[in-house]
Design a protein around this ligand. Sequence first.
Ligand code: ATP
Length: 214
Amino acid sequence: MSKLYALFGGTFDPIHYGHLRPVEALAQQVGLKKVTLLPNNVPPHRPQPEACAQQRVEMLRCAIADRPLFDIDTRELARATPSWTVATLEALRAERGPKQPLGFIIGQDSLLTLAKWHRWQDLLSLCHLLVCKRPGYAAQMETKEMQQWLDEHLADEVQQLHHAPAGHIWLADTPLFDISATEIRQRRHAGISCADLLPDAVIGYIDSVGLYRS
Ligand code: ATP
């Protein structure tokens, strides 16, 4: 079995079960031994996360303490510049060599807006895209061109992800979790419980530092 290695980028403000559970299911399906969480640096002109970078990392630590599948890579937070996924993947490709099968995990909503990503057309030369389902987001791409691009790169078999270093898209059959970080922040601000939406350890941290307060 090859060592297909995958990263999962996000703002994680905060991390929740809509991130963790689909990715755990994906890992089972495609045989991932490790998934690296990659917290984003949000560009200054975009709305900033409520939690600072250090707090977002701390929440990731709490979430993965009893989940050995995951680890964390904070390289994007160390940069003063925006987090371009393509640049991070180029760095990883240089570190791990041309043969390493590399996956980048996204939710269906991110797939639908992929054409807005910086140098999106270079992504598949660097990695496979592993896509988790997300409720409320169409299975079809928005334009004929994007649908054609997707169809051309779809993998039919898991083994393709292990045999090639990059170039395939895998639409994983993952469970649906109708959870967003936005909803969690709103519920917290309104004083509504989020008990089933994210791990208790993360909620404990949020409470301890007074994040997302009303
Ligand atoms: P926000 O509500 O603040 O925009 P979010 O909950 O969408 O945040 P992000 O950190 O922006 O979370 O998402 C990181 C990645 O996780 C993206 O690829 C996104 O598509 C995916 N993702 C987030 N929530 C879900 C979910 N409920 N199901 C599947 N994928 C998800």
